[in-house]
Design a protein around this ligand. Structure first.
Ligand SMILES: C[S@@+](CC[C@H](N)C(=O)[O-])C[C@H]1O[C@@H](n2cnc3c(N)ncnc32)[C@H](O)[C@@H]1O
Length: 266
């Protein structure tokens, strides 16, 4: 079927394009993944090979397709209260270091928004309505669009404690049965924007940065670049949360470990 085969040369072109745009290196064994995710584009665009698709991507005006290609090749798995011990640690940091007002929090690879809204729920629990926002970014415009819709299947929301579900979410009715929606107040507490982690961050400083389950997709050189950008985005005192399967050991030494996958700026 169209899009089910990609030659070595075509794969290299797409992998080079994706590496230049996102920093992520697609190894040869990812050929099937690339076909699985991009074959729909060939069909929709009426193209008969990846060679034609690459030509289409290279047309200067086709920026929308280049974004779409990046979106489809990134891995966006996420859910509410993922690796939930981290939210207990976050509450500890609130109590210990940020007694007067909420810290600036940046969710730096937020995917479809579940992690950012989880952070907003935790911040609201601790500081109330207050004058705070959670910043949240991703490279994928498609994911950011989903995040801004804030509608999720109940399956993705199954880790939200019942009390928080009642306080911060609305149950879908009619054709939205089986979905929840983040309530209006929480919705306005999260600011989503597009950001490439490899580009130095020019927004304001962030005291606490969640960068979970993203570094794992990068090679060491790119990890170091990203971590340098993260380091510079923090004030003197700052805390970094990674995914539980990620570590800075042997990669970057300007943070010290303070709990599993939690680091403090040195
Ligand atoms: C697996 S998701 C992690 C979502 C969430 N942090 C979590 O732990 O549940 C990884 C996210 O990193 C994003 N990403 C990949 N490369 C990126 C880059 N260069 N800049 C910003 N985000 C990137 C992807 O689009 C994807 O949404």
């Amino acid at each position: 079927m169209i899009g089910d085969f990609i030659s070595d040369q075509e794969f290299t072109c797409i992998a080079d394009f994706f590496k230049a745009e996102s920093g992520i290196h697609l190894r040869d064994h990812k050929k099937n993944l690339v076909c699985g995710r991009l074959n729909q584009r060939l069909r929709i665009l009426g193209l008969s090979s990846y060679g034609e698709y690459i030509e289409y991507l290279n047309v200067p005006n086709n920026k929308g397709e280049r974004n779409m290609c990046i979106d489809l090749l990134t891995t966006n798995e996420t859910y509410f209260f993922r690796e939930c011990k981290h939210f207990e640690k976050l509450a500890e940091l609130f109590t210990k270091y940020y007694q007067k007002s909420a810290p600036d929090i940046w969710c730096a690879a937020c995917s479809s928004g579940e992690e950012a809204y989880t952070l907003a729920m935790c911040t609201q629990e601790h500081y109330g309505h207050g004058n705070w926002v959670v910043r949240a970014s991703d490279i994928s415009e498609r994911m950011l669009d989903l995040a801004k819709k804030a509608i999720y299947s109940v399956h993705r929301a199954k880790n939200i404690p019942n009390e928080y579900l009642r306080k911060y979410c609305l149950n879908g009715v009619g054709e939205k049965t089986g979905y929840i929606m983040v309530n209006d107040e929480l919705y306005h507490k999260v600011n989503f924007f597009k950001n490439n982690l490899l580009v130095p961050y020019i927004g304001g400083k962030a005291d606490i940065i969640f960068l979970r389950n993203a570094l794992i997709y990068f090679e060491k050189d790119e990890k170091v670049k990203i971590l340098e950008n993260i380091y510079r985005a923090m004030p003197k005192q700052g805390f970094l949360f990674l995914g539980h399967s990620e570590s800075l050991n042997g990669v970057y030494d300007k943070f010290e470990s303070i709990a599993p996958a939690v680091y403090a700026k040195c």
